[in-house]
Design a protein around this ligand. Structure first.
Ligand SMILES: [Zn+2]
Length: 186
């Protein structure tokens, strides 16, 4: 895993690109939750599920298919009224992207096994070709250590800076298109 903070920040970054009209507290909360939830699979370690198995850490819960399912499920549960509308599609896209972002970030980390991105069709564990992010320890106690500090530094650098750039970029694009609409209406 990247750390919870890295995953949450990624969800916020993705959300920044979405329309203001659909963003309420629930939107942010659920988005962050989707970006973190794949790591609920660490519970498997308690039940002696091997890391490399289908249900193991970074297994099926880190796949694209799981992300699509979760995106649909969260929208159906929390935005049922908008489910069959354009808004509903936006919600599904957002929650799916947040969930997929988790696996992609994990794929950028320098430790553990890769992510089963194409599970259940292909259970190979993949990493991205470039793995600059310091892998985060499993469990909070180990996070508050030298290792945790290293994680925070590497995430500030490799997640924080791109996230900030993206948010600023979106801000200016939105402003520009707003002005353009206003000018067109005049
Ligand atoms: Zn993970």
């Amino acid at each position: 895993m990247a750390s919870i903070f890295g995953h949450a920040l990624t969800a916020v970054t993705i959300g920044s690109g979405f329309s203001k009209k659909i963003k309420d507290k629930k939107f942010w909360f659920l988005g962050i939750l989707c970006a973190i939830i794949p790591d609920a699979d660490v519970i498997g370690f308690q039940f002696h599920i091997p890391y490399e198995s289908f249900w193991g850490h970074r297994g099926f819960s880190h796949s694209i298919l799981f992300a699509v399912f979760l995106g649909i499920l969260v929208t159906a549960l929390f935005y049922s009224k908008s489910f069959f509308s354009k808004k509903g599609l936006l919600f599904m896209a957002f929650f799916t992207l947040c969930t997929v972002s988790h696996a992609l970030l994990d794929g950028l980390t320098n430790g553990g096994l890769g992510v089963a991105l194409f599970s259940p069709f292909d259970n190979t564990r993949y990493f991205l070709p470039w793995r600059p992010i310091q892998v985060s320890p499993i469990g909070a106690s180990r996070f508050f250590s030298h290792w945790g500090l290293k994680v925070i530094y590497s995430e500030l650098y490799y997640i924080g800076i791109p996230a900030l750039l993206y948010i600023v970029f979106v801000f200016f694009v939105k402003r520009f298109t707003k002005h353009k609409h206003k000018a067109e209406r005049k």
